[in-house]
Design a binder for this molecule. Sequence first.
Ligand code: SAH
Length: 204
Amino acid sequence: MVRDQVEARGIEDQRVLDAMREIPRHCFIPEEFRHAAYDDRPLPIGSGQTISQPFIVGLMTSLLELRQTDKVLEIGTGSGYQAAILSKLAQTVVSVERLHEIASKAKALLQHLGIIHVKIVVEDGTLGYHPDAPYDGIIITAASPDIPAPLIDQLADGGRLVAPVGSRDLQQLVRIRKQGNRISCENFGGVVFVPLLGRHGWKE
Ligand code: SAH
């Protein structure tokens, strides 16, 4: 999966590729879709939510340009797969999920896999998570109409934020970089994510 779907499409960061080789993706997929765990597509994870396709996980993770000492915030825990990958690349991972049921499943699974330094919080992630701010990296794994302002506030100087931004049906994958009071933005093309629902996201 990693060689054909991620490396072959231009993801070169060895640390990201190694992390993806290390984390068993099938553990994060419900039984009935497990046969497709390593296919090149997103898959349902229950409650109407999806786990992203492997290439998108690789791309977003490498765009974060993580260093081992970094603190990362993920919005949209879902299955916990992305958080597990991040845990191999950064010192601290905080992941925010709005649905209790999804969050507790992810928490139990990460614990089972021995990944103990991921903090999962049940909140509206469009507000970020103040107690551990600022973050060197922020990744939003749900589609947002705009980058929620609290998340830009909680980004450290030199920090990177990666998110799908656009309409409910189609978004552009963007990376924001904060340098002093300067914010720069790059676009990495079209993607489709489930909606980010909350105060600074879509209304239900
Ligand atoms: N990163 C996940 C996939 C995320 S799917 C993985 O690796 O499997 C998107 C997730 O975002 C869903 O679980 C959804 O419930 C959650 N979500 C949507 N709006 C949110 C919000 N405002 N705050 C936190 N989580 C949110």
